[in-house]
Design a binder for this molecule. Structure first.
Ligand code: OFO
Length: 170
């Protein structure tokens, strides 16, 4: 059984994951109307789907543990970006914020001696390591290529090799 405090904190995370999905969905829609970056667009759409999966996983966990997962209202995400580079920079900032939030949840689980939730959260801890690492790699690449069209063309081809789920490149 979840404590009230743990349940509230997990419900907050439901909102963060849902909001993450919206943020990346908005990036995807914006990228889709930019010429020639189909793979970047697909990357953002896929990332948005993954965040929804993170949210659903939390919802099921809360409900299975005797709590009630409340589907939250969401904020309007940023809908346009000055450049592709900006959007990836925001993605990294966002993932860092999510990691901090997961770490706080882990702290609460330990405080509450809720070892089941602590165990459940380890999946998110590992996921955040992957997502931050992927976001850093992509930002580093964009830094190297600059804003030139030829660089973006290569970046768009390269991102095909990146799996959002694993954060690995092959
Ligand atoms: Fe849910 O991992 Fe990104 O935000």
């Amino acid at each position: 059984m979840l404590s009230k405090k743990m349940q509230e904190a997990l419900n907050e995370q439901v909102k963060i994951e849902a909001q993450s999905s919206q943020v990346y969905l908005a990036m995807a829609s914006w990228a889709e109307i930019q010429p020639g970056i189909d793979n970047i667009t697909a990357f953002f759409y896929r990332h948005s789907e993954e965040e929804r999966m993170h949210m659903l996983k939390l919802i099921h966990f809360i409900n299975e543990r005797g709590g009630f997962a409340m589907v939250p209202a969401l904020e309007q995400p940023t809908v346009t970006y000055p450049s592709i580079k900006h959007s990836f920079h925001e993605l990294l900032k966002h993932e860092i914020m999510v990691s901090e939030s997961i770490n706080k949840l882990v702290d609460i689980a330990l405080d509450e001696k809720d070892y089941a939730t602590h165990n459940f959260l380890q999946w998110y801890v590992a996921e955040q390591v992957e997502e931050e690492s992927l976001a850093r790699t992509l930002n580093d690449k964009l830094e190297l290529i600059g804003e030139e069209k030829s660089g973006l063309y290569l970046f768009d081809k390269d991102i095909l090799n990146v799996t959002a789920a694993g954060g690995k490149e092959n």
